[in-house]
Design a protein around this ligand. Structure first.
Ligand code: 5RP
Length: 276
């Protein structure tokens, strides 16, 4: 790996512990204004400084993130389908490498749909993106997207992750599942997990913990952070597990305490404005 590639990758996966906390806010690219992400600027603002990196599209980056931010950007460059369209797997590369460089992206993200109708097209997209990224020293995160009809078991996810790595992805994002260690063992590049649908906070922290125990390098989490009642407290709790080796209990207690403190501060500032 050349210097630029190593340097960018080190912004995504921390060299000190080989772990990462990526905040995913790219959902709108096929889901539209997802609950609690209707106004991306409002959602992202308070969380920005607590994420190791931010995963999003160029549209949301330009409109909703301050350019002075130091948080590294993982730019989603695949798209072209919607939740109500013909087939979610029918994606192409929608953002050019020149644009990614202009936006100072530290990593490029693209979905592959192994086993779907458009498997070939999405694997071709990944290969093309890796070729482009290699030219300019920009790593690629492959997202193993799962259609409704695909099982999220270790056999399927190991297949998808391994193919992504074989085609040159530098990091792979997938879902946690029983026997997840087999998925990680079969993939020669770091594997990180998506959070999936909103769970109770404790369950989401357990998911994070279990994934790391099974060999994941971290999370690329969205809904379980910003759909939480207290997104900042939740992101800090996830960080505690990933970067400080906290137990689920320690991280959950931290979440509850931070949430209570935030509520007290809110109450105090409300009372203050009433007494003024
Ligand atoms: C959508 C994505 C999302 O970024 C990914 O699913 C992570 O978000 P969540 O934790 O909400 O599942 O890649 O294709």
């Amino acid at each position: 790996m050349d210097w630029g590639m190593k340097n960018r990758l080190s912004k995504i996966i921390k060299p000190s512990n080989s772990r990462c906390v990526m905040l995913a806010v790219d959902h709108g690219y096929f889901l539209g204004p997802t609950e609690k992400l209707e106004n991306p600027r409002e959602t992202i603002g308070p969380l920005l400084n607590y994420a190791d990196s931010l995963m999003l599209t160029r549209g949301v980056l330009r409109t909703s993130v301050i350019p002075e931010s130091n948080t590294p950007i993982v730019l989603r460059v695949s798209g072209g389908s919607s939740i109500i369209g013909e087939d979610l797997s029918k994606e192409t590369i929608v953002t050019s490498i020149e644009e990614a460089i202009k936006l100072n992206a530290s990593c490029l993200a693209l979905s592959i749909f192994v086993g779907s109708k458009y498997e070939f097209q999405t694997l071709k997209n990944l290969s093309k993106l890796v070729n482009e990224g290699e030219k300019y020293g920009i790593p690629v995160l492959a997202v193993t997207a799962v259609g409704k009809e695909m099982a999220r078991d270790s056999r399927y996810l190991a297949l998808a992750c391994r193919i992504a790595a074989e085609l040159g992805a530098h990091v792979v994002k997938t879902y946690h599942c029983p026997d997840f260690n087999k998925v990680v063992e079969g993939c020669p590049v770091p594997v990180i997990i998506a959070g999936g649908k909103k769970l109770a906070e404790r369950e989401a922290l357990q998911l994070t913990f279990d994934a790391l125990e099974d060999g994941a390098s971290g999370v690329d989490m969205g809904r379980n952070i910003w759909q939480s009642d207290n997104p900042v407290a939740m992101l800090k709790a996830v960080r505690a597990i990933v970067h400080e080796n906290s137990t689920v209990k320690e991280a959950y207690d931290q979440y509850v305490n931070t949430s209570t403190m935030t509520e007290e501060i809110r109450k105090k500032s409300r009372n203050k404005s009433v007494s003024i």
